[in-house]
Design a protein around this ligand. Structure first.
Ligand code: MG
Length: 291
């Protein structure tokens, strides 16, 4: 099942897509009063939305072609939790960059990213040319939690995962290097494309092993698999929730594989007009233009 935030005839709504891939069923038809995805997740109260598959199939819906898809969680309720340097080959290319990272730590790197408004599928990434000349892309698998999570044992992490989406962790490398801490360089306005939808957990094996790629202007830049992460989804949720309560609706961006722009010689940073396409098999594609 897919969970979407959409605009239809000028009105924003939350819907689900079940057996008919062209039919968006507003969650009101399933008895929910949610105005946005965060409310819908809260109202699900830990249940899987797939419990409503038969009801969704029977309900009237909107043609997907009449809907404009927005970022599935347009306004995250808190900063996005990010894992840094979480694929082995990206670790190696980061060691060769001027980003502060000595490669000596064996512990997972966690940081966060401010997202006041996620960029919609087909929306614009803002270049912030007055602040950065090293604009970079990072395709990532983003995990969405469906329940408040505290002290979650490894073998129960699965029960807390609602589903997955694609996130582009757009990064200003010069700001990352200058400030020695990644928050500013990754939190600029319109730096977080997300979407096109949340695919529920049941559509993947646990844990997901699937292809992850990015292209800039049609040129393949990143090409890996989500099973090549250093810290897994189970590891990360278990570890963080030993001390931090992660609320339902939390977005965890699991890090990016090798092939980011800063790693090329010379670097291949993004410029206005560039089209960035992020793909994860089983979710789809997220395409955005730099403005
Ligand atoms: Mg990242």
């Amino acid at each position: 099942m897919k969970l979407v935030t959409y605009s239809h005839q000028g009105a924003q709504g939350v819907g689900v897509i079940a057996s008919d891939p062209q039919k968006v069923v507003p969650v009101a038809a399933l008895g929910f009063s949610a105005q946005d995805m965060n409310q819908f997740i809260r109202q699900l109260d830990g249940r899987s939305p797939t419990e409503f598959t038969a009801q969704t199939d029977a309900a009237p819906g909107l043609p997907l072609s009449d809907c404009r898809l927005l970022a599935p969680i347009p306004r995250p309720q808190q900063d996005v939790v990010c894992l840094g340097v979480n694929y082995y080959e990206h670790r190696d290319e980061t060691l060769a960059s001027n980003i502060k990272y000595d490669g000596q730590l064996n512990k997972t790197i966690y940081f966060s990213k401010r997202v006041n408004r996620a960029v919609d599928p087909n929306g614009a990434i803002e270049s912030h040319a007055d602040l950065t000349s090293q604009l970079d892309y990072e395709v990532e698998l983003a995990v969405i939690l469906g329940r408040d999570a505290k002290n979650v044992p490894m073998d129960q992490v699965k029960d807390y995962v609602l589903g997955y989406t694609i996130l582009n962790d757009v990064s200003a490398r010069d700001l990352q290097a200058a400030h020695q801490q990644w928050y500013f360089g990754k939190s600029l306005d319109n730096f977080t494309p997300m979407g096109p939808w949340i695919v529920t957990r049941d559509e993947f094996d646990w844990m997901p092993k699937t292809g992850i790629r990015s292209y800039v202007n049609g040129e393949l830049r990143q090409n890996s698999s989500t099973d090549l992460m250093m810290t897994s989804i189970e590891d990360a949720v278990h570890q963080l929730t030993q001390g931090v309560t992660l609320l339902a609706g939390t977005i965890i961006a699991m890090g990016t594989p090798s092939g980011v722009g800063m790693a090329f010689t010379p670097p291949k940073f993004m410029r206005p007009g560039d089209v960035v396409r992020c793909e994860i098999d089983g979710i789809g594609a997220l395409e955005n233009t730099v403005e």
